[in-house]
Design a protein around this ligand. Structure first.
Ligand SMILES: Cc1ncc(COP(=O)(O)O)c(C=O)c1O
Length: 428
């Protein structure tokens, strides 16, 4: 988060004071640092430079067009999980041959779209999905490239909602079935089975689950090679952890040092799908204190941003550091909950947190909100979604405007019979 730091008492994104952004766009808002986005992308690129992987930024973490454009201009590809993400990927002009597509539930329409775009790889999660791709590809006279997502049954030691490579997970194929697919790959023509894919989970802070997963993949690939099946692509997914609280995640370099020796033994080009590692530390959510409410048991800091803006604390009990946008002289720190205005007890940004007590109108910054932040925002409680701002040095760009009340009703309609006078009577 080194691109969000205090200059004097003011918390800044790069060289811009967050309070001055709040004056321009109101609160709550998301703010991203261009420098941090690029630095994190480049850290990974440098660490793996010896094998020049294709780094496909995982759009599910942050799919703002400006963020995508920034990264793809640097050579990133994109990892998509829906037709909507594919559409956004194409909108920023990334070449289709830098797009990989994973999802356990790709629909026919989505597959047809991706076939027509001729993306680099479908990450296939089941046999019926592969058969569907085959059928649609025949119809469209396409030859899609497929990588098979393996469930390597490794515990990534992370939150159970974001562990994806364990045996009870809905993701991927067990090694035995996957092996069968490769050995019978001619049954799936015109689809070409050219890759293996894993993604064992997210927010993984240690290298060992990766190393364990990669050892399993390596023996899988080598065994098939002995049987004459060559697999030219290896996609190791995303999952690199970041610091939200007191985690000590491996650095990109340490990660590379650990896995490169193994990767170099495999005759495959590497794909990576980082999301959180690049976007997480590169964004904050800035929110304004509405009220400070003291009850006999607790102190609540009620702010204008809530679970509809940043869902992670409510969804996963996730920890995000909260810093005042204007640092005051050292007042006492009080244990409190930072909560949103939404009608749910689960609507909180922090619980039992010791903070210098702010006053109404003060601004707070929720750190580590650049990934799985805005993308999970909703209109729950009919709240317009917040704007997104990109900072480059001392300049700011509104890369998504704040939604309006009018946006809330866009696309909704009232059937004519409900609009007719007296319709209530007829219905009764
Ligand atoms: C298949 C796949 N790839 C990549 C990612 C990105 O993970 P992260 O943001 O942890 O890097 C995910 C996240 O769920 C995923 O499911």
């Amino acid at each position: 988060m080194h691109d969000f730091k205090y200059r004097g008492r003011k918390l800044c994104c790069e060289r811009l004071d967050l309070a001055s952004i709040a004056e321009r766009v109101g609160t709550p808002f998301y703010c991203y640092s261009q420098k941090s986005l690029l630095d994190h992308f480049n850290k990974l690129k440098r660490a793996f430079r010896s094998i020049s992987p294709l780094i496909c930024f995982s759009m599910k973490a942050n799919s703002n067009l400006a963020v995508l454009k920034l990264l793809t201009r640097q050579g990133a590809g994109l990892d998509v999980v829906s037709g909507g993400e594919l559409y956004k990927a194409r909108r920023v002009g990334v070449p289709a041959r830098r797009i990989v597509y994973a999802s356990v539930g790709k629909t026919e329409a989505e597959i047809v779209y991706a076939l027509k775009e001729d993306i680099l790889l479908f990450n296939v999660e089941s046999v019926p999905e592969l058969e569907l791709i085959q059928r649609l590809a025949r119809r469209l006279k396409k030859r899609p490239r497929v990588s098979v997502r393996l469930n390597v049954e490794v515990d990534p030691r992370t939150h159970r909602y974001i562990a994806t490579g364990v045996s009870t997970s809905k993701f991927g194929l067990d090694l035995k079935s996957a092996r069968g697919l490769f050995l019978n790959s001619r049954h799936y023509v015109p689809a070409e089975l050219v890759g293996v894919h894993i993604h064992i989970g997210s927010q993984i802070t240690s290298g060992s689950p990766y190393a364990q997963a990669l050892r399993r993949v390596a023996s899988f690939v080598k065994d098939l090679k002995k049987r004459g099946v060559h697999i030219p692509w290896l996609n190791v997914g995303g999952g690199l952890g970041i610091i939200y609280h007191d985690e000590r995640p491996q650095t990109a370099h340490a990660f590379a040092r650990r896995v490169l020796p193994l990767l170099k033994t495999l005759p495959a080009r590497l794909i990576m799908e980082p999301g959180r590692f690049i976007a997480g530390p590169s964004g904050v959510l800035v929110t304004r204190v509405t009220t400070v409410k003291k009850t006999p048991r607790k102190t609540f800091i009620i702010v204008d941003g809530g679970m509809s803006d940043l869902l992670r604390p409510s969804l996963y009990g996730a920890y995000h550091s909260i810093w005042p946008v204007r640092r005051s002289s050292n007042g006492p720190r009080v244990e409190c909950d930072v909560v949103g205005p939404i009608c749910e007890s689960g609507d909180f940004l922090a619980r039992d947190r010791k903070l210098a007590l702010p006053g109404s109108g003060d601004l707070l910054s929720v750190l580590g909100a650049g990934a799985y932040g805005f993308v999970m925002a909703s209109n729950y409680n009919s709240r317009p979604r917040p704007p997104e701002v990109l900072v480059n040095g001392s300049r700011m760009y509104v890369v998504r405007r704040r939604e309006t009340y009018r946006d809330l009703v866009r696309g909704e309609s009232i059937p004519a019979y409900l609009r007719e006078a007296g319709s209530g009577k007829r219905e009764a």
